[in-house]
Design a protein around this ligand. Sequence first.
Ligand code: GAP
Length: 483
Amino acid sequence: MPVNNYKLTDLDKLVSLSKRRGIIFPSSEIYGGLASVWDYGPIGVEIKRNIKDLWWKSFVSEREDILGFDASILMHPNVWQASGHLDSFSDPLVECSETGKRYREDNIFIAEKEDKGKKQLFSIEANDIEEAKNLVNDKSTEIKNLKDYKEKNLPSPEGGILSEPRMFNLMFKTFMGPLENENATVYLRPETAQAMFVNFINVFNSSRKKIPFGIAQQGKSFRNEITPSNFTFRTREFEQMEMEWFCKPGEDENWHKYWINFSMEWFKQYGIRKENLRLRNHDKTELPHYSKASSDIEYNFPWSWGELETISNRTDYDLKAHAKLSGKDLTYFDQSTNERYTPFVIEPSMGADRSVLAYLCDAYCEEQLENETRTLLKLHPKIAPITVAILPLSKNEKLSSLSKKVYDILKSKYNTQYDDTQSIGRRYRRQDEIGTPICVTIDFESVENDNAVTIRNRDTMEQMRVNIDRIVEGIEDSITEMQ
Ligand code: GAP
């Protein structure tokens, strides 16, 4: 596993590296960008794809008891009526009387300060109380969340007065067909999960699986978040990787524990440092409307701890709600016990974009060398966007011809990049910054003397000479060292 002793505390460093190296760009940038919407560049798309593929492998391909699925984003509006999203998927909003800016109530914190013997109140916008305390920077100041404050007419962070909270539904609406009226209203899904509940019988009948079994899918979800923030952490369009595990009522609590452990190990397996991960159980007041118990896996992001994945015990809430509104039977007959029941559901729900962000934050590293600071991404080799970079020392014809031969040997086995531009030092720096584990350098010795190349390890910068006939073994050895 790559060892990284660096802790990223300034997210802007990652944002600018991402722009410079083609990992993540602001959306529609030539028009000034679109707030909190991001595009993955040629390097970022490979990282995201690798993470999604590893998830799919662990949650679908390597399991006989989980089936893959891929549903449409648009669904019948009754889905959102039954699921409770039309009534309950809302955030309480408060508005500033001066600027009209709206905030999520739970993102506003009120601090008290003594000024010439008088109590002064001021408000801070933050993701959680830890961040609010850091922003105030005075440990003796008392800070409370806005909803825990009984007083009215509290100050807003922008100088005005905050309104009473109002509920605001987070689903994006659009219209299906040429008419723009209520009957034509459809919603962009706010979670991928519902498609797996409404297809439970289709999947069950076509696969003849026995309970317990799971249905998994990856795909876009949309939420009209009031305060999107922190790069790709909270956006209005994002990708989820969700699995619905259908089990027998009574066995749900054990399965809940099982999927919490499984998910935690999954993050560690591909290199997230364990000290940067923690589990947080929801208290009763913050449980989503469908959940009996939820646990978040959180990552220690540069600004504070933040949720990466929620593992919820959704009970039989969703299947029963869809059975009621659709009039269809969504129960299961257990032949081994002669019982009919509505299955309970355990749901590990992970954000693909948040996972990418956590892996990038965890891999970011700055090392002080003699004359410069080396920036690198110590990504796990299975997540790294390019596995091997082929770097001929110069554009000399003989070097190019041998380098192309090496490239042809490796390109079907690894994600390989050929780069013969700029000085070798600059090319190493570029590959380090995008996290390429192995650089292969071809020089005049290779052509004229020993038919060997130099393999450079990203993390140690150690170089070893390997004969081209043994190049794959040489690369495999170096990659194994890094896993
Ligand atoms: N089906 C359950 C569900 O959607 P959630 O906790 O609301 O649960 C699951 O979302 C995961 O989706 C989160 O842990 C997070 O990784 C990701 N996610 C949720 N909202 C997001 C947003 N606005 N931007 C980026 N990722 C988000």
